[in-house]
Design a protein around this ligand. Structure first.
Ligand SMILES: [Zn+2]
Length: 215
């Protein structure tokens, strides 16, 4: 009888303190959840080392504009490429005839340094009767330039050039244009077609290059 009496007392205690017991249960449950999540987050003073996946690393790059530059400091422009509308037909005083010029003549003193307008590779070094000492440079992106009527030539075929590297000097070797005096006869091809070299000389033409950014 004693045991049934104490059983009854326990039941009565539970019935009388349902609210209190529920609160205690809730507190214990919340504490457990908080503890477990804190422990699984790791010790902030001793963080787990994360090994970066090399495939995941996208290098930081940015697009920069690299401009062409004048191949020499010239005193004036001789024969131009265009009159603004059409390719210019010019009277060639040496040949005593009208012909398509397809080039830009930049007048400068004999011996003036001629430099590469842009990075590139020398694809041809030749001496022709008409245009004299000529150097052809592939500047990439479909742009090829021929620097003619040079005095001295300072590059060889296959040579890699950076923008501003010396190609040669201004001379009078182009017999077709001998009567025009010392100048650089500059031809520019874009996708195998003659184009006006002037925007290149003026530094108006650029190529967008993707470069890696170092932090
Ligand atoms: Zn010319």
């Amino acid at each position: 009888m004693n045991s049934s009496k104490s059983d009854n007392q326990f039941v009565r205690f539970v019935k009388n303190n349902v609210a209190l017991l529920l609160i205690i249960f809730c507190v214990v449950a919340i504490t457990t959840v908080v503890l477990v999540s804190t422990l699984s987050a790791g010790d902030p003073d001793n963080p787990t080392t994360v090994i970066p996946d090399p495939d995941d690393e996208t290098p930081k790059t940015e697009i920069v504009k690299v401009y062409y530059g004048s191949p020499l400091s010239y005193t004036s422009v001789g024969m131009e490429y265009t009159d603004g509308k059409d390719i210019l037909f010019v009277f060639n005083s040496t040949l005593n005839t009208w012909k398509t010029h397809n080039a830009l003549d930049l007048i400068a003193a004999e011996g003036t340094t001629v430099t590469s307008m842009f990075d590139g590779t020398v694809t041809k070094v030749e001496e022709t009767y008409g245009m004299g000492n000529s150097v052809t440079v592939d500047h990439g992106d479909g742009v090829v330039a021929t620097y003619s009527s040079l005095g001295s030539v300072d590059v060889v075929k296959g040579q890699t050039l950076a923008k501003g590297d010396k190609i040669g000097t201004v001379g009078t070797t182009a017999s077709y244009e001998f009567s025009d005096g010392p100048h650089l006869h500059l031809e520019v091809y874009k996708d195998n077609k003659h184009v006006d070299p002037m925007p290149y000389v003026k530094g108006e033409v650029y190529i967008e290059k993707e470069v890696q950014v170092t932090d």
